[in-house]
Design a binder for this molecule. Sequence first.
Ligand code: SF4
Ligand code: SF4
Length: 412
Amino acid sequence: MAPPTARSLLASHAAVRAAASARRGRLAGDHHPPQVAALRRGDWVKLICGASFEDAADVRNLSLVYTLAGVDCIDCAADASVVGAVNEGIDVAASIVPAVQRPWVMVSVNDDCRDLHFRKAEFDPEDCPPDCSKPCEKVCPADAILLERVMIEEEHSQSDPSCGKLEGGVITERCYGCGRCLSVCPYDRIRAMSYVRDPAMTAELLKRNDVDAIEIHTTGKGTDMFNTLWSNLGESINNVKLIAVSLPDVGDSTVNLMNAIYTTMQSHLQGYNLWQLDGRPMSGDIGRGATRETVSFAVHLSSMSNRPPGFYQLAGGTNSYTIESLKKAGLFQSTTFPGAATSGVTDCQQAFIGGIAYGGYARKIVGRVLRKIPAQFGHARIEDHPDYLLEALQEALSLVGPVKGYPTLPSL
Ligand code: SF4
Ligand code: SF4
């Protein structure tokens, strides 16, 4: 647990952020849950832990840090232990700063195994040439590949890189399917194993009190798979407050597809709904240009008058350049686009883009701090290392703060 000095610093900074958010909510005359008020203002922030990222220790620490930074939602793999890790992180954040807003917990599932978020890299290191320079290990943004060259008894030359063999491989729970290792392997040894989350297990998760929302990833290749999943989820869908649909821009047919999906959902839609505009999946950590596609997607939809009701949120390539790019497009917290569709309310003050989801970039900037915790602590709890907790929070605030409009705070 953080000592009193760190705890009081965290509490005072959290109080300033909470006051800033409350003031913005009152100005909007909002009576919705704080997460929905944020969507209506256009300052909703979601942390994406990764639909396939299942390293519970990292998920817990990321959830703790981003809860303190004030995110509205944490999106994670639809897996009971990962959901438990997210909630543990939130609980610890609330124990440090009791006034902190509890983010909604969202589980991500897919309707089709072709969605890139739902795959894992796999290879047998024994098939790798021992002298391979291991570009797969270097390129992996999740530190999900670990390889070591070991000598075989009858071979003697430690200095000859062609001797021995490679051991290790993919750490499955850390792989989130970005695919970068696939394209760099010079020997084509890596396979991508796709999967679909089991609807029955998802339905069970949705019954939990600590799951607030679901996100369904659809590939934009028609509605049959979506309709099947929707039907399989049955009444369980009524247990959540928010249903998000994540989809790519598939050109002129995008809005028709969204409307068809909305028609399917409408019969069971008791809460809010959100459209996640997935630009360039799992690429936010790459750099400035990665954010272009999701902003273009938003611009494309803003010109369509027949888009379906619901909140709209960016994802896929989002990073520290996203706000600047949204501002250039005239879409940052803007309410001036025609027919701003709403969910359950009709209010011309609703921002067209409700907010931003940050994934790879959010994990990268806080992950850099998590990796500094000395290895002897194993699966470390970041709150046991107050200096690292403060540093990680500073990183998280650098991403969340500009969306939320937090006042500039002195360095933590
Ligand atoms: S797919 Fe991406 S996350 Fe998974 S091992 Fe390859 S580079 Fe790492
Ligand atoms: S790049 Fe390919 S061959 Fe080389 S270590 Fe990685 S998986 Fe094996």
